[in-house]
Ligand binder design. Structure first.
Ligand code: SAM
Length: 258
């Protein structure tokens, strides 16, 4: 998808985004806890959430970790960033920029270095991940951590077949992302976390119609209608149960005296 179309996709989705993603009340606290643990976040850390969207996870992390300085929520979509609140709460600072802008020093951040950066489900929007992840790794302080949270190369969502196939075509492989972090000079680790989702079928069909995943924007209205019918036939049950599995690709910069 072109950058302009992508921004349009998220600008259009922004108002309903949190509703789509709050599958259940336990999902955001669970995922945020996993991120905090993987990054070993502490209150003294200078933190950035790159591709933060509406700040759904940054908000929860701020309440779990209580950082002494605001979490930077970086996103190119102003509409998504408005989801932080107007005005944004003191624990979150919106920054209208792309991952590329941060990596290339095109945007001035309030912190000269960062102790922890995460990108959750935004790395697939980065055009040249090797180059951009190297630039982000260079923004880390000694001992700093960079976490990429992404869907694995294949998913078991109850989507229609053509959508699952297109997902596999478009999704970068987490092992490649780990390679980029390693070549950027970080010590790396690739792990996975999993959570069982239970969602009312009609609600899920509504999310598919609203193109809750950017990949669904690559299908026409007719294709989406046909896809929804395909899902309805394949899943007569009223509640869909499926695993939401994420790759956690972690990189850590060595301490200076190491
Ligand atoms: C699927 S959403 C994920 C939002 C949030 N991280 C979450 O998990 O709820 C992807 C986000 O990436 C943002 N995005 C798109 N291109 C980007 C880029 N080049 N750099 C950083 N973020 C980007 C979009 O505006 C959108 O808010």
């Amino acid at each position: 998808m072109e950058r302009r179309e992508l921004r349009g996709h998220y600008d259009g989705l922004a108002a309903e985004y949190d509703e789509h993603w709050v599958y259940g009340p336990e999902y955001v606290p669970w995922m945020s806890g996993q991120i905090a643990e993987a990054l070993r976040l502490g209150p003294a850390d200078r933190i950035a959430d790159i591709g933060s969207g509406t700040g759904l996870f940054a908000r929860e992390l701020a309440s779990q970790v209580q950082p002494s300085r605001p979490i930077l929520c970086v996103d190119p979509s102003e509409a998504m960033l408005r989801g932080l609140g107007t005005p944004p709460p003191p624990e979150l600072t919106p920054v209208v920029a792309t991952a590329e802008d941060v990596a290339e020093g095109q945007v001035r951040l309030p912190y000269p270095e960062l102790d922890a950066i995460w990108l959750k489900e935004s790395v697939h929007h980065v055009v040249d991940p090797a180059h951009t992840l190297r630039g982000l790794a260079d923004r880390l302080a000694p001992g700093g951590r960079l976490l990429i949270v992404m869907l694995p190369a294949t998913i078991r969502y109850p989507l229609f077949k053509a959508a699952l196939a297109r997902f596999e075509e478009l999704q970068p492989d987490p092992a490649l992302i780990e390679g980029h972090l390693r070549r950027a000079g970080l010590e790396t680790r690739l792990g996975h976390v999993e959570h069982e989702l239970r969602i009312d079928r009609d609600r899920y069909l509504g999310m598919v119609r609203a193109r809750y995943m950017s990949l669904l924007s690559t299908f026409s209205e007719t294709e989406i209608d046909e896809g929804v019918e395909e899902i309805r036939t394949a899943h007569p049950e009223s509640v869909l149960v499926f695993p939401d599995r994420f790759a956690f690709v972690l990189g850590r910069r060595a301490e200076e005296n190491a």
